[in-house]
Design a protein around this ligand. Structure first.
Ligand code: MLT
Length: 397
C-alpha cells in the first residue's frame, strides 16, 4: 500500500494566502463585490527598476547568441553576483562575509523552507508567535511537532527574548513579518550569545532589511559579535527590488558554522547546504542573476531605494489613517507591514473589510494564536489604491 507522509495531516489543509485568495474569490462570485484592492499578501506592484530591466534585456541578448551563451550555471550562483553581494550588502557595512559563503537561490521562501532538511528530525525548533507560516509548516511536514512558540505582543514590543528558550534552532525575522517590528542590536546580540553558549542555531530571515530607515537598527545578524559561529541569514530581492515574480535571493552560511553528528563530530553546515543545493537545485537563471547584479550598480541602488521609499510612504499613510480612526498601529516604519490591534476577531475584521470595503488584508490569526486580535495591512500597492483603500476603510469603520 502506498503510505502518505502523515505529517501533512498536522498542518492546515491550505496555506494562509491560498485561504485568503479563496475567500476573495467567493466574495467576487457573490456578485456584491466592487473593485478589490489587495493589501493582503506582500506582493509588489511597482515595475522593476530600469537598471535591472536593462541588465536583463542585455542578458537575454547574451542568451540569444553563441558568444555569451550560458547553459547551466553554478548551482551556488554566479561569481559576479556573489562578489557584489559580499561587497555591498556586507563589506560596506563592515561585516566580514566572503563570496563563497553566499549561496544564490530563487528566493527566501524556498531557502527557509528547505534549510530544515539539514537537521535531525528530533531537534527542537522555536519560532515567534505570530510567525511567517513557512517556518512552522515546513518543520511539521518534516516530522517535527514539538515547536516552541515565543509569544510576541505589545508587552515585549513584538521582539522575543531568549530567556527560557530551550530549542536547538530559532527562526528570527527582522524587520518582522507580520508585525513590522524591528529588533535592536542589543536584542539580537542576546540571541547570538544564547546560541553560542548552547551550540544552537539562529536562522535569521532578513527579507525586509532594505526597509530599515532608523539609524542603528541592524540590517544583518552578522552585525552582532559572534554571529558567524551560530547564524544562517536569508535575504531576498522580492521586496527589495520587486522580484516576487522574477525570483532571486540568497542564503549566507559562514564557514565556521557547525552542527554535530550523534557521536559529536562537527559537520560544516556550509558544506551540507552546498551539497543540498548542488543536488536539488540548478541555480537561479543567468538572466535573473544579471538583473540582481544590476541592483548593486549606482543607478540600481538609487532606483530600488526610491521604490522602497515609495512603499514606506504608503505604510506611513496607512498607519496614520488607522491611528486617527482610533486603532493602535504597529510597524510600518522600517517595514512595509502595518500591524493593527482590531480589538476583536481578526477573521471577522478581515471579512468586514473585504465585504464592505472590498479591501483585502491579512488576519493576524493566520500567523498564529498570538496574532488573534490583529490584522496586517501591506503597503505594497499603488499610491492611488492605498489612498482609496484608506478612504473606503475609514467609511466602513
Ligand atoms: C507575505 O505576504 O507574508 C509574503 O509575501 C509571503 C512571502 O514572502 O512568501
Amino acid at each position: 500500500m502506498l503510505h502518505v507522509n502523515e505529517n501533512y495531516a498536522r498542518i492546515k489543509p491550505t496555506y494562509l494566502f491560498a485561504e485568503i485568495a479563496h475567500r476573495v474569490q467567493e466574495h467576487q462570485k457573490s456578485g456584491n463585490a466592487g473593485r478589490i484592492i489587495r493589501l493582503g499578501i506582500g506582493d509588489v506592484t511597482e515595475p522593476l527598476a530600469p537598471a535591472v530591466v536593462e541588465a536583463m534585456h542585455k542578458a537575454v541578448d547574451d542568451e540569444a547568441g553563441r558568444e555569451n551563451f550560458h547553459g547551466y550555471g553554478p548551482e551556488q550562483g554566479y561569481q559576479f553576483l556573489r562578489d557584489k553581494i559580499a561587497e555591498i550588502d556586507f563589506h560596506s557595512r563592515g561585516i566580514d562575509i566572503k563570496p563563497d559563503e553566499i549561496l544564490v537561490s530563487d528566493g527566501a521562501k524556498c531557502d527557509c523552507g528547505n534549510i530544515q532538511e539539514l537537521f535531525s528530525v528530533d531537534v527542537k525548533v522555536a519560532v515567534t508567535d505570530p510567525v511567517y507560516p513557512v517556518y512552522v509548516d515546513t518543520n511539521v511536514m518534516a516530522g517535527r511537532h514539538n515547536i516552541e512558540l515565543l509569544k510576541c505582543g505589545k508587552e515585549n514590543g513584538f521582539v522575543p527574548s531568549p530567556a527560557g528558550c530551550d530549542a536547538d534552532i530559532v527562526y528570527l525575522c527582522f524587520p518582522n513579518n507580520p508585525t513590522g517590528a524591528v529588533a535592536t542590536k542589543a536584542q539580537l546580540q542576546e540571541w547570538v550569545d544564547w546560541a553560542n553558549a548552547g551550540k544552537k542555531l539562529i536562522i535569521f530571515d532578513a527579507a525586509y532589511e532594505a526597509f530599515i530607515r532608523t539609524e542603528g537598527i541592524p540590517h544583518s545578524i552578522y552585525e552582532c559579535e559572534g554571529a558567524r559561529t551560530c547564524a544562517i541569514e536569508m535575504r531576498s530581492y522580492s521586496k527589495t527590488a520587486g522580484f516576487t515574480g522574477v525570483r532571486c535571493g540568497y542564503t549566507v552560511v559562514p564557514t565556521e558554522l557547525y552542527a554535530y553528528a550523534s557521536d559529536g563530530t562537527p559537520v560544516s553546515l556550509k558544506a551540507m547546504w552546498t551539497r543540498r543545493q548542488t543536488t536539488k537545485f540548478n541555480g537561479a537563471s543567468y538572466i535573473t542573476q544579471r538583473g540582481a547584479e544590476a541592483i548593486y550598480s549606482p543607478e540600481g541602488m538609487k532606483q530600488t531605494k526610491d521604490i522602497i521609499d515609495f512603499y514606506l510612504e504608503n505604510a506611513r499613510l496607512v498607519r496614520e489613517a488607522l491611528t486617527s480612526l482610533g486603532y493602535e498601529a504597529f510597524g510600518g516604519v522600517d517595514s512595509p507591514y502595518v500591524w493593527i490591534d482590531v480589538k476583536g476577531s481578526s477573521w471577522d475584521f478581515f471579512d468586514k473589510l473585504l465585504k464592505e470595503a472590498n479591501v483585502v488584508t491579512t488576519p493576524g490569526a493566520g500567523f498564529g494564536e498570538a496574532g488573534e486580535g490583529f490584522i496586517r495591512i501591506s503597503a505594497f500597492n499603488s499610491r492611488e489604491n492605498v489612498l482609496e483603500a484608506i478612504d473606503r476603510i475609514s467609511r466602513v469603520l
